[in-house]
Design a protein around this ligand. Sequence first.
Ligand code: NDP
Length: 330
Amino acid sequence: TKQIVFAARPKGTPTMENFRFENIELPELQECEVLLQGLYYSVDPYMRSKMNDAKSYTPPFRLNQPMEGGVVATVIESRSAKFKTGDLVLGRLPWREQIITSEKNIQKIDTVIAPASYYLGILGMTGLTAYVGLVHIGKPKAGETVVVSGAAGAVGVAVGQIAKILGCRVIGIAGSDEKIKLLKEKFGFDEAINYKTTPDMKSAIAAACPNDVDIYFDNVGGEISDAVIYNINFHARIPLCGQIALYNSTEVPMGPRLQTILLTRSVLMQGFIVSDYQSIFPEGIQHLAQWVKEGKLKFMETIIKGFDQLPNALLGLFKGENTGKMIVEA
Ligand code: NDP
């Protein structure tokens, strides 16, 4: 079967040189193992951090080993009592077209509730990140103003809609006019700002948020976050979810020292890693599934066809090529 291995650690922005395609023979299936055919592969910004050999919440990718991530697959052969041929499963699995894995690494998914790919997005890590960060860290109250950066991405569209469900005023920041239109017309954001065409983001956010910003859900960091923090309200909360604007930086840029604003306005900024909040997952999934079913929480995917496109799709996240969740369909 074909696999994609991590070939070299990138300096700055990754390129195709950091990946290698290989063909391998799969071994015999052992007791309690299944053979899977990969259907949907998730690409996520956190994968960039795993390309660095650095201390983090998750160990780095190992050189010359397959890349891995969230995968939805079909069981095509089983030596496990828990899974039968035809079952659809989800797991953190290697980037291989066919995969042998232990029954311990996978769970069945229910496609009556939602399409299979949603388990990589709104009913998976993405949706839970939005839920945990906004609801449990942001603690929104009806009437408050919520700003979300990376708003047209997988986490961002969910954050904005959940904030609307909870009665907040929502402003999104994203990188194209098409995304801005979608945020306002399809996802119900009150305002949306294109950071690529707006020269003065600080004033644009001030204009969009006459009562200042009570919650800033930060997916991107960098100058966009500086502009929001200038407009932050007293006792605001900042769930620090991602810093994609900085993931490819070779040095940390020195910005204005905004901690003074955070201090003098009693702002709480809290980083969080969704996997540390497992105890909230059942509650989160229940709410997310319910909102999806009721049509209150719309989801969008950018699906790229072809297993070979996985590296391209991952690199595309850093160029804003996705709206909603970026997924590769084998
Ligand atoms: P997205 O679907 O949002 O994809 C990435 C998007 O980021 C792109 O579409 C692009 O949109 C935007 N972007 C890329 N480069 C830049 C840049 N330099 N400046 C500003 N925006 C940029 O990914 P996810 O929704 O999966 O993830 C969103 C964030 O949440 C990421 O930072 C990720 O690391 C983080 N995350 C954190 C988790 C946690 O546990 N804390 C869990 C999951 C995700 P545009 O066109 O608008 O530029």
